[in-house]
Design a binder for this molecule. Structure first.
Ligand code: LLP
Length: 442
């Protein structure tokens, strides 16, 4: 089911026409479909329901509280990687005992908050971090559950920036060092070492890397158990890909079958951390065409969204379908255009030489598959305020994050006294008063 579809010539999210949302909140704006979120969650949760599984939504993909709560209401937990994400998950109502903290460099306050909140598990990525956690836990008089993230040295066959399980990637503890790391962990006070964690990358479109990594994991569990460690929890990370263009990612049922085949016999609790799979195709970025510019042979469609709002095309060369909100005349000839934003960088390009039917200034476009790592990775570059987020459910829509105002954006900064004429004047007055008082005393 696609929650974004044309009805009577207009692109809708569920039952709401997207031009209505653009009129109400302006553009650019993110628009998510609750129906699509729920459907993706049911798909994933259903596929792993025959396993002893907990699904912890990877908050980094889309940290909007309403999105997190939508999943929490359906029973999902959360995978978080910072104090901010942990606070977001708790604020959205995710029970602490379904939250797992991951991340390659956790700070002491992050670990302390995780311990004090009583979260389900902390995934540790190095020996120094393990020692730090042990100290913090001992100080807190607690014994948090811990897994060590192991780097299996498997190539996820995805974009270089988002492959995380190769030996040279910064993540986890090398599989060859795992036994020594568990032996060290067992000697440290304040830690309940319960499991192993693994995440080999994101936007995986094949099962082979998973099969290889999970096979290595199963073997490791055997070794660690033989060494006397009570391994009872396996965190399998996220990474299941979605279709942006013409990829054919594995069905979630097939992914679950690989998990069952490789790890099902170990009697461990399983944690899954899907992010993109749950939100990627549940959101679009709405943008309006500002100008159409012909320059030599090139036609540029200049839109009001930019790389600061959605950075994936600039950062990863990622493809996002771009479709008109008012359905195009199927007989109109398509031609190659570059769809670009207003930011002062050539990299601010959503699509290059993309075949599109004619578009004109004022037309609304939907940049598709923008629910994951869209708003979450946005910034205020070029002093562009963060754009609003809207959640559609059936025939209603709600603003789940209002557009940042220019006033709020400017009010965040502070002027040092020496650059602020008013502050400078009152400081001068104060000093003059002090001098007067001083001379009166003497
Ligand atoms: N668990 C861990 C430990 C992770 O590092 C990640 C993603 C996930 C789970 C969720 O992965 P997912 O199911 O969403 O693939 N910004 C990039 C993606 C970065 C992914 C980082 N880690 C993008 O826009 O493609």
């Amino acid at each position: 089911m696609n929650a974004f579809a044309y009805r009577a010539g207009t692109l809708h999210a569920d039952a709401v026409p997207l031009d209505r949302i653009a009129d109400a909140v302006g553009t650019p704006a993110y628009c998510y479909s609750a129906t699509a979120l729920v459907a993706a969650n049911s798909g994933f949760a259903g596929a792993v329901s025959h396993l002893p599984a907990t699904v912890c939504y990877a908050v980094k993909a889309n940290g909007n509280l309403a999105v997190i709560r939508t999943f929490a209401r359906l029973g999902a937990g959360a995978d978080v990687v910072s104090e901010g994400e942990l606070r977001r998950a708790l604020a959205a109502g995710v029970p602490a005992d379904r939250i797992v903290l991951s991340g390659v460099g956790k700070t002491a306050p992050e670990m302390r908050l995780a311990i004090d909140s009583g979260i389900r598990e902390i995934n540790v990525e190095s020996l120094p971090e393990l020692e730090a956690l042990s100290r913090i836990a001992t100080e807190a008089g607690a014994r948090p559950k811990v897994a060590l993230r192991i780097n299996p040295d498997v190539d996820a066959e995805t974009h270089h920036h988002i492959a995380t399980g190769r030996a040279a990637d910064k993540f986890g503890i090398a599989v060859a060092d795992a036994r020594a790391a568990y032996a060290a962990a067992a000697k440290l006070p304040g830690l309940d070492v319960v499991g192993v964690a693994m995440h080999i990358g994101s936007q995986l479109t094949g099962l082979k890397p998973y099969r290889a990594a999970f096979a290595r994991l199963a073997e490791l569990v055997g070794t660690l158990r033989a060494d006397g460690h009570d391994i009872r929890s396996l965190d399998l990370g996220g990474g299941l890909g979605i279709r942006y263009r013409d990829e054919t990612p594995p069905a979630v049922e097939d992914y679950a079958a690989v998990v069952r085949e490789t790890l099902g016999g170990l009697g461990c609790d399983l944690l899954f951390e899907p992010g993109r799979y749950l939100v990627g195709n549940a959101g679009v970025l709405l943008t309006r065409v500002l100008y159409v510019k012909d320059s030599g042979d090139h036609r540029f469609v200049i839109v009001d969204a930019a790389m600061n709002d959605l950075i994936r095309p600039s950062l990863y060369g990622a493809w996002h379908d771009i479709i008109p909100v008012a359905e195009a005349d199927a007989n109109a000839p398509a031609r190659a255009v570059d769809v670009v934003g207003p930011v002062c960088e050539t990299g601010d390009t959503f699509a290059r030489a993309r075949a599109m039917r004619p578009v004109e200034p004022g037309h609304l476009l939907a940049i598709c598959s923008a629910g994951a790592y869209g708003a979450a990775m946005s910034s205020g570059y070029n002093a562009r305020p963060l754009v609003p987020e809207v959640l559609v459910r059936g025939d209603r829509f709600d603003i789940v994050r209002p557009r940042e105002s220019h006033a709020d954006m400017i009010a965040r900064d502070r002027m040092p006294e020496w650059l602020d004429p008013a502050a400078q004047e009152s400081a001068d007055d104060r000093r003059a008063d002090d001098r007067r008082a001083e001379s009166e005393r003497s």
